[in-house]
Design a binder for this molecule. Structure first.
Ligand code: EPZ
Length: 416
């Protein structure tokens, strides 16, 4: 069983290069299926979830090569539209293959996706939207069989701006007959990145900033090259690590706008954050203040994925921080582990109240999910004494080489 060992209490100082975004790379990899051609992604992070996506692509018949951050997908010869349950269960994003497979093959058979346990994560919006585009969906014994002799553009209004459903609609509608107008679409920056890649492949997608996306169907797409956008949640995690340790960090290759929804609580706690060209700089006070009130919301609101690492920093902030989680039902499973480290947090349903303490202490803790694992890492960096962090498979899904990145800025951290 792998363990990360941290001797906490070291102030972080230096530069961390921000990798490509997991939540952008995964739908982009699915999108490479749409063209019977070769596509290339650069700045693609090396993560367990990316490996899982590549395994799905290979299963479907794609030839995939991965060299460091470059992934090349040749989707010329697909031999099936079936994704086995074992591959579907590896991550939530396996569901975005649905729109791509149905667009390319006319038929898809898969099962419900896996992913972090954050409460119920239905796919009803994905399926009802695909139905609007002319897909017949049959569900039996957990298996989802989708077929469409041809996809037709449609007017779709999402009741909630689901990120995954928006991605699936985009993937299915690019080569549908006619125009699709998608209202109340997700506006997360990763959606913009997907649209940029699809347009580079010959799609005709417009709008998006105001929540309405217009997709004019084209007969076919071709392959394209694309650089995956920077991971705004990895960036938010390292901002939280700097805040928790009184540190000063420069996050390289990290445009500020996508990360900006997390700035206000960190600034309220006394951090100074500035964009310097394509980099992001944070200087934290020696004693952090409270982070005030955080309410997770769809973009451009505060991202649910950044709440856990910021709350971990709040644990040693002087004062109170209140977080209301509006996106997922059960996203505080890591709180019990933080409590082992001396944190004072009360959770009532979707609300967490953190009373900052003067010091956290190292402990043996286990990641409960991806962002919960990141929260424990942040707390351990700030805590007095030693922390041993286990269940690292959660962390490996979404953070590339966190140990190396943190060692380079002065953390005493090793993995064995
Ligand atoms: C994406 O998940 C991200 N995952 C999540 O990041 C992120 O937390 C989430 O968007 C919100 O920003 C990826 O991009 C791979 P949603 P997704 O569809 O697409 C409900 C991380 O840590 N819903 O916007 O699954 C759903 O239950 C992960 O990196 C329905 O009810 O998010 C949830 O309450 C975790 N029916 C809410 O909408 C549906 O059909 C948001 O889900 C779809 C969603």
């Amino acid at each position: 069983m792998d363990t990360i060992h941290i001797c906490g209490g070291k102030r972080l100082e230096g530069e961390i290069p921000i990798h490509g975004a997991k939540n952008s790379a995964l739908p982009l990899l699915a999108a490479t299926l749409l063209a019977a051609d070769v596509s290339e992604l650069t700045n693609c992070p090396q993560l367990a979830d990316v490996s899982a996506s590549i395994a799905i692509l290979r299963h479907l018949g794609c030839a995939v090569t991965q060299t460091e951050d470059r992934v090349t997908v040749d989707a010329a010869h697909l031999h099936c539209g079936y994704v086995p349950d074992a591959l579907m269960r590896q991550m939530r994003s396996s569901i975005v293959f649905l729109g791509a497979i149905i667009a390319r093959c006319g038929e898809a058979v898969l099962t419900h996706p896996g992913g972090c346990e954050l409460g119920p994560r239905p796919i009803d919006l994905h399926l009802s939207s695909l139905r609007r585009l002319g897909v017949t969906v049959e569900e039996e014994h957990g298996r989802i069989r989708c077929s469409a002799s041809r996809l037709r553009g449609a007017e779709i209004t999402l009741p909630f701006p689901s990120v995954g459903a928006t991605e699936n609609i985009l993937l299915a509608a690019c080569t549908a007959e006619g125009t699709t107008v998608l209202r109340h679409a997700a506006r997360e920056p990763e959606i913009g990145d997907l649209c940029a890649f699809l347009n580079a492949c010959g799609a005709r997608i417009a709008g998006g900033d105001n929540g309405t996306i217009v997709i004019e169907g084209v007969p076919r797409l071709h392959g394209a090259r694309h650089r995956v956008m920077a991971d705004r949640i990895e960036a938010a995690t390292y901002l939280a690590a700097a805040a928790a340790t009184g540190g000063t960090l420069t996050l390289k290759h990290c445009p500020s706008l996508p990360v900006s929804p997390v700035f206000a609580p960190l600034e309220q706690a006394g951090c100074a954050i500035a964009a310097v060209g394509e980099d992001l700089h944070i200087a934290a006070p020696s004693r952090l203040g409270g982070l005030g009130a955080i309410r997770t919301l769809p973009y451009p609101g505060f991202p649910t994925d950044a709440a856990a690492p910021l709350l971990a920093a709040a644990c040693i902030g002087e004062g109170t921080t209140v977080c209301v989680e509006t996106i997922f039902e059960n996203r505080y499973r890591y709180v019990d582990e933080l409590t082992r480290m001396g944190a004072h947090i009360r959770v009532d349903g979707r609300v967490a109240v953190v009373e900052g303490v003067s010091a956290l202490r190292g402990a043996d803790v286990a990641c409960t999910d991806l962002r919960g694992g990141a929260a424990l890492l942040v707390a351990a960096l700030a805590a007095e004494g030693e922390t041993r962090l286990t269940a690292l498979h959660h962390l490996d899904r979404g953070y590339e080489n966190p140990v190396g990145c943190l060692q380079a800025v002065g953390a005493h951290i090793t993995r064995y």
